[in-house]
Design a protein around this ligand. Structure first.
Ligand code: ATP
Ligand code: MG
Length: 421
């Protein structure tokens, strides 16, 4: 099994979408060479490891044996060996004498040897990785140690943020969430973090209560039961954790409470769309850094460009093991407005736009006043097409999108009617 996994993802690019949650644990790594130590440093500083504490040392298994002769072993021990089968087994035999029974051990070896792998598993080694390893592969292995075998995979958090007010970020977040849940049958929760001015409830024509505000106000008892009660169901597969959309009460957002809320939500659905307000605060920064995917929406103007550049640079720096954020250029081609050409915008940011959405006051205006989605107003419009492409990418189905020449959405939307007749 290990060998298949190794062979099927040799390229770095294959590692990029690791959705992982790693708890507050101590991890120690003993590497044989500098290169592996650098990879372990990259593991230690990854966003997914924010709660864990990780030390990286050289000297391989022998160094570990010496250190732990005099001290307790951590929750997770990662050791590297350059030996062949027999040598690895002997080294690990010595380690076993000083290793606490609760410690989980990941071995990085340099021989691709199934017999060795089986032997190690039989001896209680949690994982054997064949080097050279990639940081995300190691993170995935650590996360697997803490995953209960019967639990669902944790959901992906996709945060939508606008580079300035009114660029259309919320509209896109809601549309993408809606499309992904409908066309790809992926259970989705849209979380509206624009507490005072959020529009998710309005856009889905839902009477919503306090939603997220109530959860934030009850930070000591955030659990599944509370979140379930606060969700508003929009369809079979789409729910809303709405914002109050009122200025009656001022709600301050605590980063930790928000993190707990999102952790509960992602435990239960594969996709969590987060609609971020255009605010720069510790909690917005933290939410963006920790999202699995960030979608930045910008209009093709100068102020947008400056903010987009700052945001992209910040996120690239804070998320070195992630793909760059997705860029959406929205409201392009407003008549008579001087605009920065898309190519120039992309060049300045060093990120190609995933989609460019034209300005279309009719489609968006009608959608907005009818409580509909642009795709419902006119499924054949350029706007609907672009949003659909974005939804396909968020759903992880871009290959299917490229392969098919026609859009499935209008076809699928007719299905219930066909069934009835
Ligand atoms: N491509 C477009 N063409 C025309 N109107 C658009 C387009 N995209 C969004 N809009 C409209 O722009 C308005 C603002 O959109 P939205 O609320 O989604 O922006 P936002 O970036 O979330 O703003 P905020 O800063 O308030 O959070 C809405 O009325 C929406 O319908
Ligand atoms: Mg918004």
């Amino acid at each position: 099994m290990m060998n298949q996994a190794q062979e099927s993802r040799p390229a770095e690019s294959a590692h990029h979408d690791v959705v992982a949650v790693i708890p507050r644990v101590n991890i120690q790594a003993f590497c044989e060479d500098e290169q592996t130590a650098r990879v372990m440093q990259a593991v230690a500083s990854d966003r997914r490891m924010a709660k864990a504490h990780m030390d990286v040392e050289l000297g391989g298994i022998e160094a570990a044996v010496q250190v732990f002769a005099a001290s307790q072993t951590p929750a997770v021990l990662i050791v590297e060996s350059k030996e062949h089968r027999q040598g690895v087994l002997e080294e690990l035999g010595r380690l076993a004498q000083v290793c606490d029974s609760g410690t989980r051990v990941i071995v990085i070896g340099h021989v691709n040897d199934v017999v060795l792998y089986r032997e190690l598993v039989a001896q209680g080694i949690s994982e054997y990785l064949v080097g050279p390893v990639h940081q995300l592969q190691v993170i995935e292995s650590i996360a697997a140690l803490f995953k209960e075998s019967d639990s669902n995979p944790i959901g992906r958090i996709v945060a939508f943020v606008g580079v300035k007010g009114g660029v259309g970020s919320s509209t896109l977040a809601h549309n993408v969430g809606w499309l992904v849940s409908r066309d790809f049958a992926i259970d989705t929760v849209i979380t509206d973090l624009d507490l005072a001015f959020g529009t998710a409830g309005l856009n889905f024509n839902q009477e919503t209560a306090q939603g997220i505000a109530e959860a934030l106000g009850a930070s000591d008892r955030i659990d599944q039961v509370l979140i379930d009660r606060l969700l508003t169901k929009c369809s079979d597969r789409l729910s809303l954790l709405a914002a109050p959309g009122s200025i009656e009460r001022e709600v301050s957002v605590d980063s930790d409470a928000l993190e707990t809320i999102l952790a509960v939500v992602r435990n239960n659905v594969p996709l969590v769309v987060v609609d971020m307000p255009n605010v720069w605060a510790p909690w917005t920064k933290q939410t963006l850094v920790h999202a699995d995917t960030v979608v930045i929406t910008a209009t093709p103007e100068l102020a947008s460009l400056r903010n987009a550049k700052n945001l992209v640079d910040f996120l690239k720096g804070a998320r070195p093991n992630d793909r760059p954020p997705l860029l959406v250029i929205n409201q392009a081609g407003v008549q008579k407005r001087p605009e920065i050409p898309v190519a120039e915008f992309a060049k300045a940011l060093g990120v190609e736009p995933t989609v460019v959405i034209p300005y279309d006051a009719v489609v968006f205006g009608t959608a907005s006043s009818n409580g509909q989605m642009p795709s419902e107003v006119n499924a054949k419009s350029k706007v609907a097409e672009a949003i659909e492409t974005l939804a396909q990418i968020i759903a992880g189905r871009e290959q299917a999108a490229k392969a098919s020449k026609f859009s499935l959405a209008p076809f699928l939307s007719k299905l219930p009617k066909l069934r009835k007749s």
